[in-house]
Design a protein around this ligand. Structure first.
Ligand SMILES: [Zn+2]
Length: 267
C-alpha cells in the first residue's frame, strides 16, 4: 500500500493527517463520495489549496458504478473514460459531467453526474443521469437518476417536478411531502420528510433527519437522534425476480387434443 509505506515528509504532513482524519470519519458512517456537498471556497487569506488537493487525489475512488439508463443493468468501470457500452443492451453511455448554473432549458442525458447549482433554475427539466445533485431549483419537469439523487434544500422542487431514483438522499434542510411524483428504491432521510412511504428497499433516517407518516419497507435503520413518528411496517423483502433462463426447455406439446382441453389456465 503506497500510503502506508511512504513516510509523509514535513511538507505534506498536514495533508497526511487530514486524510487520516477523513478516513476515521468515514469509518463511523460510510457514505458515497458524491453525497458530500462540494467544499465551500475558503475565504481569501487562509486558503490551503495544497492540503485540499492532496486529500482529494488520495481519496478518489478508482472504481465507479454505472447504471444503464436504457435497461437498468448495474456494472463497474475502472479508471477514467469518456464513454462505455452497456454490457447488457449495448447502449453507448456517455460520461458527461454537467454543472448547471443560471436558467437551464436543455434536456440532458448522461451516465455521468449532473449538478444543479445553488443559482440554477430549471423551468421545465428533462434530466437523465447516473447521479443528480440538486442544490438549486427545479420548477417542473422530470429528474431521473439511475443511481443517486441528492436534494439539498427545502424549496428545491416545484409542485410539478417528478423524481425517479434508485437511491434518494433527502439531506439536512430538505422539508418534503412525499407524493406519487417521487419514486425511489432506497431513501436516506437527513431532513424533514412527511407522507406515505412504501418501498421494497432500504430506509435510513440519519441523526438530523425526521420522518412523519406511514412507512412500510423491509429494511429500516434509524441513527441515534433521528426522528420517526407514525406507523411502521417491516415487511419481508419481495422475492428476487426470477432470472430469465438463457435457453428455456421447449414445453412438450400435448399429444391428445382432450389433454389440451383439460389443462387449466390460472387458479
Ligand atoms: Zn443497458
Amino acid at each position: 500500500m503506497a500510503k502506508s509505506s511512504r513516510k509523509p515528509s514535513a511538507g505534506d504532513l498536514e495533508g497526511y493527517y487530514v486524510f487520516k482524519a477523513a478516513a476515521r470519519a468515514k469509518d463511523k458512517g460510510p457514505r458515497p463520495a458524491s453525497e458530500a456537498p462540494p467544499a465551500p471556497a475558503p475565504p481569501p487569506g487562509r486558503s490551503e489549496p495544497t492540503v485540499k488537493g492532496h486529500f482529494r487525489s488520495t481519496a478518489m475512488p478508482t472504481k465507479h458504478e454505472v447504471v444503464c439508463h436504457q435497461c437498468g443493468r448495474e456494472f463497474q468501470i475502472t479508471g477514467k473514460t469518456t464513454h462505455t457500452f452497456c454490457p447488457q443492451c449495448r447502449t453507448r453511455l456517455e460520461f458527461k459531467e454537467v454543472d448547471i448554473e443560471g436558467e437551464w432549458l436543455q434536456p440532458v442525458l448522461t451516465s455521468g453526474r449532473v449538478r444543479i447549482g445553488p443559482r440554477a433554475v430549471l423551468p421545465d427539466a428533462d434530466i437523465v443521469a447516473n447521479d443528480i445533485v440538486v442544490e438549486g431549483r427545479v420548477e417542473k419537469g422530470r429528474l431521473r437518476a439511475t443511481r443517486e439523487l441528492h436534494l439539498h434544500r427545502a424549496d428545491a422542487l416545484g409542485e410539478e417536478a417528478v423524481l425517479t431514483a434508485r437511491d434518494l438522499f433527502l439531506h439536512a434542510g430538505v422539508d418534503l411531502k412525499l407524493g406519487e411524483a417521487y419514486t425511489a428504491t432506497n431513501y436516506t432521510v437527513g431532513g424533514s420528510v412527511e407522507g406515505n412511504l412504501t418501498t421494497g428497499g432500504r430506509v435510513h433516517i440519519e441523526a438530523a433527519g425526521g420522518f412523519r407518516g406511514a412507512l412500510a419497507c423491509p429494511h429500516l435503520s434509524v441513527d441515534e437522534g433521528g426522528g420517526l413518528v407514525g406507523t411502521v411496517k417491516i415487511v419481508p423483502p419481495p422475492p428476487p425476480a426470477p432470472k430469465p433462463d438463457p435457453a428455456p426447455a421447449p414445453k412438450p406439446a400435448p399429444t391428445k387434443p382432450t389433454a389440451a382441453k383439460r389443462r387449466r389456465r390460472g387458479p
